[in-house]
Structure formats: C-alpha cells, structure tokens
Design a protein around this ligand. Sequence first.
Ligand SMILES: Cc1cc2nc3c(=O)[nH]c(=O)nc-3n(C[C@H](O)[C@H](O)[C@H](O)COP(=O)(O)OP(=O)(O)OC[C@H]3O[C@@H](n4cnc5c(N)ncnc54)[C@H](O)[C@@H]3O)c2cc1C
Length: 358
Amino acid sequence: MVTLANLRVFIEKGHKVTVVGPSPYHYYSGMGPGMLGKTYAPDDIRFFTQQAVEKQGGNFILGKAARIDPEGRKLILESGETVPYDVLSFNVGSYVPETRIIGTSRDVFTVKPIEKLIDAQTRILELASRKKIAIGIVGGGPSAAEIAGNVWRLAQDYGQKNPGIRIFAGKDFMSKFPVGVKKRISRSLKRRGIEIFESGYVKKIKTNKIILDSGESYNTDVIFLAVGVKPSPIFKASDLPMGPDGGLLVNQYLQCTEYPEIFGGGDCIYFENQPLDKVGVYAVRENPVLYQNLMARIEGRALQSFDPGPDYLLVFNMGDGTGVLHKRWMTFNGRLAFKIKDYIDRKFINTFQQIEKK
Ligand SMILES: Cc1cc2nc3c(=O)[nH]c(=O)nc-3n(C[C@H](O)[C@H](O)[C@H](O)COP(=O)(O)OP(=O)(O)OC[C@H]3O[C@@H](n4cnc5c(N)ncnc54)[C@H](O)[C@@H]3O)c2cc1C
C-alpha cells in the first residue's frame, strides 16, 4: 500500500511501473467480516488500486500473475502476457486451500479473497428471504469466529432471529490464543445460539452437507471455508526459494535470498530470521521498508533491515457491536473493544482511499 501510494515518486524519477491485480480494487481483510455483516459497505473497505495506479502515471494490468522467469526477469500472467522487470515486488497474499471440497459443491465460499464474502452475503440474503437458514463454518481460528458472529448479525437484521450457525473447529477452537481470549469469544458466540464443534475434523464437504471424521453429517445451506491460509502458489511454479510454508524466502531486507532484484511482503513471504504470523499487522509494518528497499535497489543505495517489532494488538469483531481485544497480558471484551478496532481500521483504509481522490 505504501509503495502504491508513492508510485508517482518512481515515475517522476523516470522509472516505468506496472501493477498486476485480479480486481480493480483491493479489499481490506480486517474489515471483511464486518462487510459480510453489513456494518460496512463494500465501498468502505476497498481501495481503488487501478485508479490510484493510473492517476499516478503507472500501468495497471487486470489479471493474475502465474509465475516468473527469474533468469529472464519476466513475469508471466495467466493470460500468457509477459511483463519484463528490473525490480519486482511480490504482494500476492495467501489463499484458502480448497482441498476438502469434493466435486463441484455449490454454495461454498472461501473467506479469501475477501470479494467472495460479497457473493456469500447475496446468497445468504436470497435464502433467508425464503427459509430458516443453516450455515456451516469450517475452521477453528479467528476468521471462523468473526464470520460466525457477523453472519449472525446479517441474519438478525434480515428477520432471522434464530439462524442455525455451526462452527466445525476440528479439535480445539482458537487453540493458538490464550484461554481468556478463547473463553470470551466462545461465550459471545454461544450466547447467541452459535454452536462450536470441537469433537473432530471435517472429512468431506458436499453440496449442502458437512461430514465429520466420525461419520456424523450436518445439513447446511451455505458453507464457509475458514481453514488456515497458504501463501500463493506462484513461488513453487517459478522454482524460487521458499520457506517451509511455501512462502517466498526473504532475508532481513525483505529480499529474495537468491535473486536480489525480487522483494516481497505480507502473507506471501517467509521471513528467514523468524517465522511471522499471517496477520495484516506484519504486512503493514513491512510496508515502509519494502518501499524504501525497492527504490534503494533501483538507485543502488544500501537496503534497510526489517524489524518485526513488539507484540501486536489483536481485536476481533464479534458482529454484535462488541469486540474481544488482546495484547500481551491484557484481554477484555465489549463495545469499547470494537470501537477501537473500528477506529484503527477506518483510519487505515481512509489514509489510502485519499490517494484515489488526489
Ligand atoms: C476474514 C479475515 C479477517 C482478517 N482480519 C484481520 C485483522 O483484523 N487483523 C489482521 O492483522 N489480520 C487479519 N487477517 C489477516 C490478513 O488478511 C492478512 O495477514 C493480510 O491481508 C495480508 O496482506 P497481504 O497484502 O499480504 O495479502 P492480501 O490482503 O491477501 O492481498 C493480496 C492481494 O494480491 C492479489 N493477488 C492474489 N494473487 C494474485 C496473483 N496471482 N497475481 C496478482 N495479484 C494477486 C489479491 O487479489 C489481493 O489484492 C484476516 C484474514 C481473514 C481471511
């Protein structure tokens, strides 16, 4: 985002900039569950990438990068088009692997890309106007919790007072978080009738059906896949150095360990010095270093090191106007927690939305 905001600087120095993206917009995931629950409209949470690039004199290509040829310094798009580069920045994020889906199941929505939540919302509202809806959420982490809370909110506002919402959390819901966080989130969801299953993993997903390892099956109208995300498959396809999770292996300068003209940030990298959680907080902290280093590489200057920094603040949007906030030893829940998240998220996206208006 910081590099996108400063494209004009590259262009004024005589460089040519090409940005490739599968959508003219970039959706901010921190506000995605809130958009699903209609706390936010799509316009509130998205950044008009194409306009920001073109207004600053860059070239925007609507498409998807498939792989690169690192020796020939060429980016190859899914369309077959190639884009040559001197310096390349990978910011392709992560995706939800759909391996558990059997056949061509309908009404299954991954929680990423965030745009999919718009389609899920449309489908839920269409079904909710005709019948009592049943929603199944596969996954036991924060995105499963936020999706559940915000689907509940959507159902309430559209006249379904008792929707059937079930989270299939494997063996331990919110297992990577302190007990106080898990307790507060579970209490908030269960109080509203949302069921959390921790008795075993999902074996199969079929159209309108979730089948557990135990053989038990549950009928659902809409299924969300919120199982852990994986870095983009581009690095494997390009035979680039990768970390154990398949992310682009980068050194302390956010620079590919084998090809010094390639950089990256966010969910798609594996930071050699220490593994980083796949949270937006790190993508945001990497932003200024990535921008500085892209420019420094072009100009032959020294690169800056990235320091992941101290523990980060986490606030979960529970969908009922409350949040659960956690940082180090401090955990609390309630309306104030959500207000803090709302303030931080709006400020973040507003900063970048200003670029579209310049
Ligand atoms: C539902 C949900 C809620 C979350 N809430 C929070 C939160 O509140 N706080 C927090 O810190 N983290 C949160 N996260 C984690 C957060 O989403 C990620 O850590 C963050 O988005 C990483 O940023 P990124 O820029 O690396 O990737 P992304 O935000 O995923 O952006 C990647 C971009 O690359 C594009 N792209 C993908 N593939 C290609 C390709 N082949 N070619 C070209 N472009 C491509 C995508 O369209 C997208 O625009 C949440 C995640 C989810 C799923």
